[in-house]
Design a protein around this ligand. Structure first.
Ligand code: ZN
Length: 159
């Protein structure tokens, strides 16, 4: 993030990222070929999501080859899933698991601006921590992803 941005500009930019990813979600739709599928549900808001992952078979350095999602949810849940899939495609699973922890921290506790900005575009969602009822909307896809990578087969619920 460029230092010339004012706090207002950053908020405006974050807003635009969320609106854009809600309007045209990236990686939306079921994959033709996937190795793992998991559903997530946020009863608080009604967000539903199904995540499809194609994982590499090389166990030494397992990577997310491809990822897609579908479902129906509010703007925050859709934008969050879109941003997540964009970010994790091609990423080693070990890194994805670390990113999940960082995302949880960013969405639930007040990490400093520097740590927030290090999250890149995902930082657009940091504002939801001021709205506790929306945190589950943003974190649903991440919980579903984490559970899928840990080998869970039962649908994930945020409640
Ligand atoms: Zn929601």
């Amino acid at each position: 993030m460029n230092d010339n941005y004012s706090e207002f500009d950053i908020q405006e930019l974050y807003q635009q990222i969320i609106m854009d990813h809600n309007k045209s979600p990236r990686n939306f739709g079921k994959l033709d070929h996937y190795t793992c599928e998991l559903e997530g549900y946020n009863p608080l808001c009604g967000d539903k999501l199904t995540l499809y992952l194609e994982l590499s078979t090389n166990f030494e350095d397992q990577t997310i080859i491809d990822v897609g999602f579908n479902g129906e949810g509010c703007a925050i849940s859709t934008a969050s899933a879109s941003l997540m899939t964009e970010k994790i495609k091609g990423m080693p699973i070990a890194d994805v698991l670390q990113l999940f922890t960082k995302m949880q921290q960013m969405l639930t506790s007040d990490i400093d601006n520097k740590a927030t900005q290090e999250m890149g575009k995902l930082a657009a969602l940091a504002g939801v921590r001021r709205f506790p009822s929306r945190i589950k909307c943003a974190i649903l896809c991440w919980h579903t992803l984490n559970a899928a990578l840990l080998g869970t087969h039962e649908a994930v619920s945020t409640e």
